[in-house]
Design a protein around this ligand. Structure first.
Ligand code: XMP
Length: 558
């Protein structure tokens, strides 16, 4: 105790007095705005059950959102400096304040509008969020005498806390903090402690809670239950966010937005554009026309299957354009990965625009943009991937057509999109299709893309898919595919010397493609795939397995 007091005294201890005058002015503006905002119990009838996540720059904010959605509660992430009126527009039942890299006592540390507390709605602060609650409500935070990173054991001292309903008294939790609460705000008490944090969980005994640990990460095994307890037992949510409700609401919204206008949608054969198109089709039927461009870079049987599904099974208007020659001509002699990507993206825009013109007056463009894209584009510093590779995404095109966007999946995560797709009646193999890049097989052929090399890769890829599916691993893997390298090596088949291509196998697990780990596929499965490829695909005499994760590698080779 003494030691920690000494430590505290050696640092400048922050209190709410430290908030700069300018911040106070902003806060007071926000507070004025709050007068019209709903208070607890004043949520308009029929408003969607929602929770607002206030983001302070945590790398885990999207994980908080995922966990909330997994509890069947709708949520949106707002930057800490979003206007309070914007946050209140979703009629939140409560707020979750994320962690963040700053320390609350630093000058210009991000703050949350104090109107959030004045709304009398429940607040759950996580790590930085908890320290912010402490600071903003009159407590004291300082650098901790001991840092806590990694797993800790949390001892629950208050059995009556709703957060720990139906949970054990000792829980494994994941910590990542260097600051600690010295004085809790008046009226607050501690409900749980760890070896190094006497105030690991704090509460006002009513609606405000702070957690020093991260319940959103997998390393806190009971974290989802804690979040669920907050949502259900504190915010009063009932879990109304289901695929069925989402579809119902989206269809009504699309109908209203489109009226008797016309919509086009580019289909890639992937799940996002398929679900977006199906949803729009369910709302406005034949006012939607889809364009499916075969760029000659798709997998074996893929264009035929996609067309059959959309046209025959789903009875949708699909303009099919076989532009294989056009794309392959443009790719002749191109070996630089960025040039390949740019060439394919350029051709696609041209084609899409031309086809669009042929259809006459079009008012809207439907896209399968997902929530991770929206979150990512909101923070320029997370856009590093765009600099590494120029992504070509059928959804992201073309801006100069000046069509109004319809993005029905804008607030969904991939797993939610899949659930919605199934509920809408899309076939399982389409819904569970692994991601496939817009530039297709071109970026899985190292060196020049030719018809002959495309055929080799298609043959190898077909075998990989078949065997992975046969081993019932397809859905567990983020992606599994083959790469045709430009390496040729000597082999022996029968009594003959061969000089053939080397194919690489790539199989990764991932949550969101931002990071990925190479999959520990069983040896016998690797052996079968390798044997089949060298025996069945002419021109290949060697198969290797890529055992690098992302980072430092990327998932695709180009
Ligand atoms: P990388 O290779 O950057 O890929 O680790 C991350 C994820 O994105 C996919 N990918 C693309 N998807 N257009 C797309 O729609 C593209 O240009 C593109 N490039 C890569 C890749 O398959 C992986 O899932």
């Amino acid at each position: 105790m003494e030691q920690s007091t000494e430590k505290v005294n050696s640092h400048r201890v922050a209190t709410s007095d430290d908030i700069e005058v300018s911040t106070y002015l902003e806060i007071s503006k926000e507070m004025q705005g709050l007068q019209a905002a709903p208070k607890a119990g004043e949520i308009p009838h029929g408003a969607k059950e929602a929770v607002a996540i206030i983001d302070f720059g945590s790398q885990y904010s999207h994980l908080i959102a995922r966990r909330v959605r997994e509890c069947n509660v709708y949520c949106e992430i707002f930057s800490y400096d979003a206007p309070l009126s914007k946050i209140m527009a979703i009629h939140p039942r409560g707020f979750i304040l994320s962690g963040g890299p700053a320390s609350v006592y630093e000058k210009n540390a991000p703050l949350t509008p104090v109107g959030i507390y004045d709304s009398h709605l429940p607040v759950l602060g996580i790590c930085y969020g908890m320290q912010l609650i402490t600071l903003q409500l009159g407590g004291t935070v300082a650098p901790g005498s001991k840092h806590e990173y990694g797993q800790s054991i949390l001892h629950v001292s208050d059995d009556s806390s709703p957060l720990f309903y139906e949970l054990e008294d000792s829980l494994t939790v994941w910590m990542s903090h260097a600051d600690e609460i010295i004085d809790m705000p008046a009226g607050f008490r501690s409900s749980a402690y760890t070896e190094n944090s006497p105030n690991a969980v704090i509460t006002d005994g009513s609606k405000i809670f702070g957690l020093q640990f991260h319940p959103e990460v997998a390393h806190t095994p009971q974290g989802k239950q804690i979040i669920k307890n907050f949502l259900y037992r504190v915010c009063g949510c009932q879990g109304a966010w289901t695929p069925g409700n989402f579809i119902h609401e989206s269809i009504a919204a699309i109908k209203q937005q489109v009226g008797d206008g016309r919509v086009i949608c580019a289909l890639s054969g992937g799940v996002d554009s398929a679900v977006a198109a199906k949803l729009v089709h369910a709302a406005i039927g034949d006012q939607l026309t889809c364009i499916f461009v075969n760029n000659g870079l798709l997998r074996r049987e893929e264009p035929e299957r996609a067309l059959e599904t959309f046209r025959k099974n789903l009875k949708m208007n699909v303009v099919y354009v076989d532009a294989t020659d056009l794309f392959l001509d443009q790719l002749k002699g191109v070996i630089d990965p960025e040039q390949k990507r740019k060439s394919i993206g350029r051709e696609f825009i041209k084609l899409f625009e031309n086809e669009g013109k042929k259809l006459g007056k079009i008012d809207f463009l439907a896209q399968g943009t997902l929530y991770p894209d929206v979150i990512e584009s909101a923070t320029p510093e997370t856009k590093a991937a765009a600099k590494i590779k120029t992504h070509h995404n059928v959804g992201g095109l073309p801006s100069r057509m000046t069509l109004t966007l319809i993005e029905p999946l804008r607030y969904l995560f991939k797993d939610e999109v899949r659930e919605v797709g199934l509920e809408l009646g899309l076939p399982e193999d389409m819904v569970w299709r692994q991601p496939f890049p817009g530039p297709g097989l071109a970026i899985r052929i190292i060196g020049e893309v030719t018809r002959e090399r495309l055929d080799i890769l298609r043959g190898a890829d077909w075998i990989v898919m078949n065997e992975i599916k046969k081993a019932k691993l397809y859905r567990q893997m983020w992606q599994t595919f083959a790469i045709l390298t430009d390496v040729r090596s000597v082999g022996v088949m029968g009594d003959y010397r061969t000089y053939g291509y080397m194919v690489a196998l790539r199989a990764v697990t991932s949550q969101d493609a931002m990071t990925a780990d190479w999959a520990r596929l069983p040896y016998n499965l690797l052996a079968t795939i390798s044997n089949r490829i060298v025996n069945e695909v002419p021109g290949v005499n060697r198969v290797v397995y890529d055992i690098t994760s992302k980072p430092p590698s990327t998932i695709e080779w180009e």
